[in-house]
Design a protein around this ligand. Structure first.
Ligand code: NDP
Length: 301
């Protein structure tokens, strides 16, 4: 069997088209969703990510503002910028590009973002709401994985899903989303004695470990659906290339469907960031923040 290759680019385009339609409907009401992207320092990879986010926002009708601070910026300076963006009525979403330089406490910065503008879904208020099944802004990568699974499998109810990895940005919110979708969910991590054996019981395997090609075909039940979140740059045959956490070649012979790297989860993350920005805008219109001098209202043109 050779698996169906899940086309993350095409599904991300579908999400972006939906966002463009929603943004156009807001524009017809004189409202432009605003996304602020904060970059501290000169990390080359972060600069590329920020550039891509700004470009994508423009394509779908979201106004983006880039706010840059130098690498030696103090924590107080970053917090002051966040506070200004919290109060800025033209800003509906705030994203802080991680990692931050060592002198800045990342968690403190994330928790300083107003939950209703936390389009990365990392604020404890959003994390807690997700756990309780309440409306929340949800981390973009797991949100994208869920969409890929729904597009591939339809109803997920009753499936057994194994999530490999328990990070705050991928593994844990992924498990919460799958539980909400009525899967039986198992989370495995570096202290799990037989992660491969548990994966072999799964209908769905989502892998986010940051270890090149760790999960191979021998970890999978025939017909499993595999979502590979990993992005690892390796040198192979004298060439630098990107590979996932799943050994694509062996896994595709066992799975019924699998995401490639690149072109699987990656494009979904940015598309879901745009989706979250529009969702945040709509929620702010519906329930303006009472203690926000802007009234939580998005920009009106
Ligand atoms: P983290 O390093 O934060 O977490 C890795 C997780 O993997 C940890 O929970 C760790 O367990 C677990 N783990 C490590 N080794 C093993 C092992 N041998 N067996 C089972 N579990 C193991 O990584 P992230 O979640 O942030 O990212 C994971 C990957 O996804 C990376 O490659 C990253 O680049 C990629 N990524 C891709 C994104 C995209 O848009 N496509 C977005 C975000 C991340 P423990 O907790 O016990 O240490």
């Amino acid at each position: 069997m050779s698996a169906h290759i899940i086309d993350g680019k095409a599904i991300a385009q579908k999400v972006l088209d939906e966002v463009r339609t929603a943004a156009a409907a807001l524009a017809a009401r004189g409202i432009t969703p605003g996304l602020a992207v904060v970059l501290v320092g000169e990390d080359p990879a972060s600069q590329v990510y920020v550039r891509n986010k700004v470009l994508r926002a423009g394509e779908v009708g979201i106004r983006s503002l880039e706010r840059r601070l130098p690498a030696d910026a103090s924590e107080a300076e970053v917090l002051a910028l966040i506070e200004a963006l919290n109060r800025d009525k033209t800003v509906n979403g705030i994203l802080v590009q991680l990692p931050l330089p060592a002198q800045i406490d990342e968690n403190k910065v994330i928790q300083a973002i107003r939950p209703e503008k936390d389009v990365d879904g990392f604020h404890v208020a959003n994390v807690g709401a997700l756990q309780q099944g309440l409306p929340a802004l949800t981390a973009c990568t797991p949100l994208g994985c869920l969409r890929l699974l729904r597009e591939t499998c339809g109803d997920l109810s009753g499936k057994h899903a194994v999530v490999v990895g328990r990070s705050n940005i991928v593994g844990k919110p992924m498990a919460a989303l799958l539980l909400q979708a009525h899967c039986a969910v198992t989370v495995v991590h570096s202290r799990t004695p037989d992660a491969a054996g548990l994966c072999r019981l799964a209908d769905i395997v989502v892998v986010a470990v940051g270890r090149p090609r760790m999960v191979d075909g021998s970890w999978l039940k025939p017909g499993a659906v595999v979502i590979d979140v990993g992005i690892n740059r390796i040198d192979e045959n004298g060439k630098s290339r990107l590979v996932g956490d799943v050994d694509f070649e062996s896994a595709k012979e066992v799975a019924s469907a699998i995401t490639p790297v690149p072109g699987g989860v990656g494009p979904m993350t940015i598309a879901c960031l745009m989706q979250n920005t529009v969702s945040a805008t709509l929620a702010q219109i519906a329930a303006p923040a009472s203690d926000n001098p802007s009234g939580g209202k998005p920009q009106t043109a």
